[in-house]
Design a protein around this ligand. Structure first.
Ligand code: PDD
Length: 281
């Protein structure tokens, strides 16, 4: 696989970054995951806008123009012959001479920019979407700026492991009695004609897939309600699903061992998946 590191396209084995990189030492960095379908980037602009916002919120700037970033994405898709898959992009505050809690002077320390591809044939036609996934609920103990897409993913990783241990696929996090989001996706329930999902705030990541799916839902005459919901409401819902760049729209069929609706993927979730895949290609 060919990867990108700070201006160079290299075989992955030759790609190196410093042990002093603040991404490595302090999780001082941000990332984006953009999906690729039919060799084309899905919603690149949305990801680029959010990236710029994440960087700005952490007093970092874009290391290059949006067009240059797009060019690197396209070049990696081409070099690795990706038809269906993902591109991972990470930008960290770079590698100053020493470990220090204070941010280094940006004039003296260049940011680290890394991109790599993940080939996932069958991503759109994922058989898991026909079965749906099972989730458990866990307490959301992450920090208070979940709207910034940082690389501090230890708790979401632990959540995923708790889910696996419980025989489920993923975890929905709960704060003050309300669902925030999934470990790496936004969370939704369906009640009648209503698609219900938490409103945007610092409590959740502002999903690029979420924005598109809510737009498609409205266009398909579904009602969209952006509000908090509880685990009890999930158990009473007709359907549930998640969205993310790597899963698109994925039905959720059970929570904490309780079947949601009929315990099979819901019609609205499947319809939204279909629309999303049609419209974003
Ligand atoms: N995760 N919420 C969280 C906590 C996420 O990590 C993600 C994305 C989302 C969905 O955002 P989007 O629709 O823009 O992908 C919501 C990516 C896919 C990941 O970490 O792999």
């Amino acid at each position: 696989r060919t990867v990108y590191v700070n201006g160079d396209y290299l075989p992955e084995a030759d790609a190196k970054i410093s042990i002093f990189d603040r991404g490595f030492l302090m999780a001082d960095g941000v990332y984006e995951v953009t999906s690729v379908l039919d060799g084309k980037l899905i919603d690149f602009d949305g990801h680029a806008v959010r990236l710029e916002r994440s960087l700005t919120e952490l007093d970092m700037g874009m290391p290059m123009s949006r067009d240059d970033l797009l060019e690197i994405h396209r070049e990696l898709v081409r070099l690795n012959e990706i038809d269906e898959g993902m591109i991972y992009l990470q930008i960290t505050r770079g590698a100053p001479a020493d470990r220090d809690f204070a941010f280094p002077d940006p004039e003296e320390t260049a940011q680290t920019v890394v991109l790599f591809t993940q080939n996932k044939p069958g991503l759109a036609d994922n058989p898991v979407a026909k079965q749906g996934i099972k989730v458990i609920s866990i307490e959301d103990i992450r920090w208070g700026r979940r709207d910034i897409k940082t690389v501090q993913l230890l708790y979401p990783s632990m959540g995923k492991m708790m889910a696996k241990k419980a025989g489920a696929d993923d975890a929905w996090m709960v704060e003050d009695g309300f669902v925030t989001e999934g470990t790496s996706n936004n969370a939704y329930i369906v009640k009648g004609n209503k698609i219900i999902t938490r409103e945007l705030s610092k409590d959740i990541l502002h999903g690029i897939t979420r924005a598109a799916v809510l737009r498609f839902a409205r266009e398909a005459q579904m009602e969209v309600e952006e509000r908090n919901f509880t685990i009890d409401e999930v158990k009473q819902a007709d359907e549930a699903f998640i969205t993310s760049a790597s899963t698109f729209v994925m039905p959720v069929v059970a929570i904490d061992g309780t079947a949601i609706g009929d315990g099979v993927p819901g019609a609205k979730a499947l319809r939204l998946r279909e629309i999303y895949l049609e419209e974003s290609r």
